[in-house]
Design a binder for this molecule. Structure first.
Ligand SMILES: [Zn+2]
Length: 397
């Protein structure tokens, strides 16, 4: 390390660089970071390296743009009272869930907004190293859909009220209230998560979606069932936050409706086995196979995919299996990298600022131990996570 105090320059030298999902890898590459932005990128020798810059030796490693996890939650009890939790404790928790896996941007799709807002403020002020957070705040759901308090306690989540809606008028009112609070989007449960799986009326979904779109904000949906998925897509949602394995395979009708509505899909393939971990092994196998098949059908139709794992809704934070299952559904490492970088940047209106390693873009970077073109699980083996030119995670050597 040759860094000087106060230096705003950082050089990543010697790694294989995946500048963008469709670009050819740059062997023995160099990334120069200045003032939190990418200043230059290219082959060793073709890029002028500033003298005295802090250098990270990336020989034998892989460098990619910072990852997005587009489906996370800050609702476990560990995040409560975020305004006053000790900074080092928050840092440890953010590392365990997100930064150690390379996530520099996340979309929180359901949490007590006021608390998440304070967490974000403390990260953005520079007090705590962490990812850039976007949030939908509290999700809208139907009346009586929230599990009983005892169940929520057992699930380890904070107890916070969610707006229950039954028709277009109260869906609109709830959406206005949440969006007026300053959230970055809206989350809807289109169907209950428990039998008999009631579905929100299409006009209620439409009313909430219209409020969000009027403000240029995206709407995420938890579809649960085929009916919920079709109602949400008809209602104009932007992001389907899960596959729906309990509905059985997606037929032409479902896939065409999703394609026509130009939604993006967050598959959450690994989630189903986790949720069924107390049930017969065969049930987990079946639902995993079905969700992988749903993603395959979506890919064959040319659908967009966003990476997301529902961490914080579940406490198994390791994304390795998700990458492996995405590959099983037919995704190449390039397609998985797009789901982690360029596709979310485009969907959430940030492609002029991040998503690729290119001069002028934010220096959000991930340094990987392995090469994901050989084994996609390497996406989970992170050496360094860098956000806006600052190292926010460094693996123990
Ligand atoms: Zn979730």
């Amino acid at each position: 390390m040759t860094g000087q105090i106060g230096s705003v320059e950082l050089v990543l030298a010697g790694g294989t660089i995946y500048a963008g999902p469709m670009d050819d890898p740059i062997a023995n590459g160099v990334v120069v970071v200045r003032d939190g932005k990418i200043a230059d990128v290219g082959r060793h020798g073709s890029v002028s390296v500033p003298e005295g810059a802090k250098t990270v030796d990336c020989s034998g490693l892989t460098v990619a743009a910072g990852f997005w996890n587009s489906h996370v939650h800050f609702m476990e009890r560990k995040w409560a009272d975020a305004a006053n939790l000790p900074a080092p404790e928050i840092a440890v928790q953010l590392e365990a869930m997100l930064t150690r896996y390379g996530f520099t941007s996340v979309f929180d799709t359901g949490s007590p907004w006021e608390n998440t807002r304070r967490l974000r403020e403390r990260i953005e002020s520079g007090e705590i190293p962490g990812p850039r957070i976007r949030s939908t705040g509290e999700g809208l759901l139907g009346k009586g859909w929230l599990p009983p308090e005892a169940v929520l306690r057992t699930l380890g989540v904070m107890l916070f009220p969610l707006p229950e809606v039954t028709d277009a008028a109260d869906a609109r009112a709830a959406a206005v209230k949440i969006l007026d609070g300053g959230t970055d989007g809206l989350k809807l449960f289109a169907a209950a998560q428990f039998p008999p799986y009631a579905t929100l009326p299409a006009e209620a979904i439409r009313a909430a979606v219209d409020e969000a779109h009027r403000r240029g904000k995206p709407v995420f949906v938890h579809p649960t069932t085929r009916e919920g998925l079709l109602a949400a897509v008809a209602g104009g949602v932007d992001v389907v936050a899960h596959t729906t394995p309990q509905s059985g395979p997606w037929d032409r009708t479902v896939v065409d409706a999703m394609r026509q509505a130009n939604v993006a899909l967050i598959p959450t393939l690994k989630l189903w086995r986790y949720l069924l971990r107390h049930d017969r092994a065969s049930l987990g196998d079946t639902q995993t196979r079905t969700s992988v098949g749903q993603l395959r059908a979506w890919l064959e139709a040319g659908g967009l995919v966003l990476f997301g794992t529902d961490v914080g809704g579940v406490d198994d934070y390791d994304p390795s299996d998700e990458y492996a299952l995405m590959a099983e559904a037919g995704m190449t490492y390039r397609q998985i990298l797009a789901s982690l970088t360029t596709t979310p940047a485009e969907r959430f209106g940030e492609s002029d600022r991040r998503g690729r390693i290119a001069p002028g873009l934010a220096a959000d970077l991930v340094v990987l131990d392995g090469d994901p073109s050989r084994d996609v699980r390497a996406f989970a083996g992170v050496r360094h996570t860098i956000r806006d030119g600052e190292v926010i995670y460094r693996a123990e050597q």
